[in-house]
Design a binder for this molecule. Sequence first.
Ligand SMILES: Cc1cc2nc3c(=O)[nH]c(=O)nc-3n(C[C@H](O)[C@H](O)[C@H](O)COP(=O)(O)O)c2cc1C
Length: 324
Amino acid sequence: MILYKEFSMLVDFNALSPSQIYFAMSQTITPRPIAWILSDNGDGGFNLAPFSYFNGVCSDPPLIMFSVGAKRDGAPKDTRANIALRSNFVVHIPHSGQVEAVEKSGDALPPGESELTALGLETVPFGGFPLPRLRDCRAAFACELYRMDLIGNAPQAIIYGRIRSMWLDDAVGAHDAKGRLSVDATALDALGRLGNEYSALGPLLRPGASAPAAPKPAPTPAAAVKPVPAPKPVMEEEPPVDPNDPKAVRRAKRRQHKKAHLSDLRHQIDMVLGGPDYAQTSYEKRQELAEWLMDKLQRAKWVDEHVIATELYLLRHDHPERFH
Ligand SMILES: Cc1cc2nc3c(=O)[nH]c(=O)nc-3n(C[C@H](O)[C@H](O)[C@H](O)COP(=O)(O)O)c2cc1C
């Protein structure tokens, strides 16, 4: 006789593939804030993309972080490459009325092609910062690269940005009588990321108060937030390969070869830089090493300047004493 049935689910992550784990985490750790990030393409144009593995992580110094996967071919996403090369970027907090534009800006465009142009989004100067911000935004942070770490097997780049200044729309930010900054969450109306859908801010809850506080009228009604019909994985996985399609099999092999090549380069870099002899290495020798790495990375034809810049950034960051 069954006396007790447990209606719950214990999910063993050891039994899941990375993509299953991604779906389990991204549908449960919700709602996530979205960093809508504008970065510099280096040709006068700007890149815009959303990232929801994002949060504020330190106040002294003021830091945000977000996590960036790789493109399908293993190359760094344009946001990561732009930041590694040019450091400055702007994080916008999108509002619920921007759900369609946020979703579309997550589509991959060729490097150098701007989502701003494709989506008809306007920018305005960001008082004193070299990059502009979106005209239609309620909160934006002017950031510069603080550090970048590679984690996981993919690998995933964790980018930390140091906030230089924050811009708030007048309807959102105000100073109280004591001069303290207060931000109106309802007016900010921050868009949240769920699994494949989005959420708008619900009623505000005030612990200790007998009933939930009535929400102030939001500038954009929650009803405007439509669930996005076509689910699309955010961290791209290797697509399944049809073994009967020789072209697809060849492409998959090439991709694997590229991945193995990059991981081999990384391994060599680690070996060279981590070796015991480097404590006594001269400045000239370090320059020579940097040249050697550049040359080696450039010779791997598929590795573009973005990968080289990221690798050298990481080397400089992890081993500053060897580069100046
Ligand atoms: C709402 C939303 C959140 C996303 N969050 C992430 C994320 O946290 N990390 C990531 O690597 N990609 C994320 N993506 C996918 C990227 O936005 C997408 O790969 C984009 O094409 C990257 O653009 P880029 O190559 O111009 O940087 C997200 C997409 C959407 C729509």
